[in-house]
Design a protein around this ligand. Sequence first.
Ligand code: DGL
Length: 267
Amino acid sequence: MPSRPIGVFDSGVGGLSVLRALRAELPHEDFVYLADSGFAPYGERDEAFVVARARAITHHLLHGEDQPIKALVMACNTATAAAIHLLRRDHPGLPIIGVEPALKPAVAASQTHHIGVMATRGTLASQKFKALLASLDGQAQFFCQPCDGLADAIEHNDTPNISALCARYLQAGGPFGVHPGEMDTLVLGCTHYPFARAQWQALLPAGVLIIDNGAPVARQARRVLTHHASEDHIGQITLRSTGDPDLLAQAASRWLGLTVSAQSRHL
Ligand code: DGL
């Protein structure tokens, strides 16, 4: 009997940065990726809206047209912050893995103990993020910048706008650099932002470390999976979008080298 797929979702194409890490870590698994692009961006919406979307998508992945998923990866910091505790309560038997801004790894890596955090407005305003910050009180100074518009620019591969927004948001904080008092670590706390890595890198002084969460999330997914696919199986990817499926297929081709067409779904 074939193994059931792992469901992965984001507000749009950003979660492909997590899917990339998941495929590297779990090459035999099948994945169904749902981009909720028809309802993106999540980061500038209220929490109730994001919770409703997370519930509708999870329902589709469990009771839609495929075999029910065997695990869910919320490849979205904003949705994780708003809804992971509710989805876990709704589906106690389903392993659910979320993403959160990689503050703890940043504290471990930073020499200057000054850290920049780029994330959506929704993530930064969430109770979950505030609790994470509070748990690290005294260990570093964090500069947290909401990046309105950036996920949307990445969603549409709008390169000039991506560069302009990265520059604006980096300049908003204290100086980046490796000298005392400067921020030597930048946390990308939204799964869209790793796809602007080249732009961040070009704007930052040498030596500043950029951290995202794709690989640790993929390792966590491996740990919590109770049923693994057979090692003879080559993992298949299904792509679905509530918005423009071509945008998703193009992003998957550009960033993951996938030649898979994407299906349109109305949820
Ligand atoms: N990629 C998402 C995240 O990790 C959300 C982007 C958005 O829709 O605003 O937060």
